[in-house]
Ligand binder design. Structure first.
Ligand SMILES: Cc1ncc(COP(=O)(O)O)c(C=O)c1O
Length: 399
């Protein structure tokens, strides 16, 4: 069930409103507790706190009040019982894998998941005896076919952040539950404003907070949200001892970004949709991977799971990779760079994945992130550089 319109309206209240907290002298903005440790008046109180270092503020690799504030806020937005923040999105993803799976366990992962996630899974399987199967996440039957007696986790990312493929979350999570398999999803692309995976059946939700939550391309962070029980396991098995905790300054910056999350997402969504439609009308663009477009192959699923789309999408062209890199370099307002979720538009070009270029007629893929610049100026920029591209048939002749 998609997030209702009233849920979306309430989201604005959730990011803005806090109940009165008298512990911080009435500070309206959560202070930065720039402290590595917390001291106690008596040894008795210290001993009491040491009984559960994951509940009390004892040491900032465990609990820091500035970080805990952000954790509570994100748990609320995702509709989860608890959350843990990490030094990066990959820190959060690694913590889930290390806490919930081990040697001899099997993980089923979508084949278009974020590259470093796939690399980590391959590495864990090569060096620590974890079994991993990558499947086409658009095909729910492929999940069913991949299940083994030792399958512990379905690793999901919907939509994926390169080619924007979706998984049918209610169907896949139902299948997982009937086999006692946990589901963890990377929800960085949609954010809880546009997709609520826990309500759709997922056990754990991860984010790269580096992206929309932070919103200003000035910090790196991650989070895992889920039940108290699972977060307890992650806390004791991987959060505390792997040591990838979020720093309090980072939590403060991400909290500041979170206050305007829905406002920014509406802007990214409106501009990106306009630009995606514009690109879809170009004859040398083979397909635009944007779940909001009518021609998106999983449109019905997108409408049933998402209430919006944000600013990141990709397209596949008939031009060579080299030519699309020249096109990208010729853009004025798009910076060439990884990541997304900030104020600034970004572009990267590369080879289209084999499954999108089966007959060799669609060699290049471009990922665009649409920032908060004027979309008309971005379109003019795209067209100016596009005008310098030759016909794909002429490229081969001149190169
Ligand atoms: C979809 C997705 N998930 C996870 C990550 C990892 O996050 P981080 O860079 O904060 O470690 C990224 C980073 O680009 C991403 O795009």
């Amino acid at each position: 069930m998609p997030t209702s319109e009233s849920d979306k309206r309430h989201f604005y209240t959730q990011v803005s409103h806090d109940s009165v907290d008298t512990r911080h002298h009435g500070a309206i903005s959560m202070p930065v507790y720039q402290s590595s440790l917390f001291a106690f008046e008596t040894h008795e109180k210290f001993d009491e706190a040491m009984k559960d270092v994951l509940a009390a503020s004892v040491y900032s690799r465990g609990n820091n009040p500035t970080v805990m504030y952000l954790e509570d806020k994100i748990a609320q937005l995702e509709g989860g019982e608890a959350a843990r923040c990490f030094a990066s999105g990959m820190g959060a993803i690694a913590a889930v894998l290390f806490a919930l799976t081990g040697t001899g366990d099997h993980i089923v992962c979508v084949d278009q998941a974020y590259g470093p996630t796939r690399e980590l899974l391959v590495d864990l399987s090569n060096r620590f005896g974890l079994e991993v199967t990558f499947i086409d996440g658009t095909d729910t039957d492929a999940f069913a076919a991949a299940i083994r007696p030792n399958t512990k986790l379905f690793y999901l990312e919907s939509p994926t952040s390169g080619m924007f493929e979706m998984q049918d979350l209610p169907a896949v999570t139902k299948l997982a539950k009937t086999h006692g398999i946990l589901t963890a999803i990377d929800n960085s692309w949609a954010t809880p404003y546009f997709q609520k995976p826990i309500a759709l059946g997922c056990d754990l939700v991860m984010h790269s907070l580096t992206k929309y939550f932070s919103g200003h391309s000035d910090t790196v962070g991650g989070v895992v949200v889920g039940s108290r029980e699972l977060l307890g396991l992650i806390g004791s098995r991987s959060y505390l001892n792997l040591g990838a905790a979020m720093a309090p300054q980072t939590a403060s910056l991400i909290t500041r970004g979170l206050r305007t999350l829905p406002l920014r997402l509406e802007r990214h969504q409106a501009s990106a949709l306009k630009i995606a439609q514009h690109l879809a009308s170009k004859p040398d663009v083979v397909r635009v991977n944007h779940p909001g477009l009518e021609q998106y192959p999983q449109k019905e699923l997108a409408d049933s799971q998402l209430t919006g789309y944000g600013g990141l999408f990709s397209f596949v062209t008939r031009h060579s990779v080299e030519k699309m890199k020249e096109w990208a370099t010729g853009l004025q307002y798009f910076r060439i760079g990884v990541s997304w979720g900030g104020y600034e538009s970004l572009v990267t070009a590369g080879a289209a994945p084999a499954k999108f270029n089966a007959d060799g007629s669609a060699p290049s893929s471009v990922r665009l992130y649409i920032g908060i610049e004027d979309p008309e100026e971005l379109i003019a920029d795209i067209d100016r550089s596009w005008a310098r591209l030759k016909e794909p048939s002429q490229e081969a002749i001149s190169s």
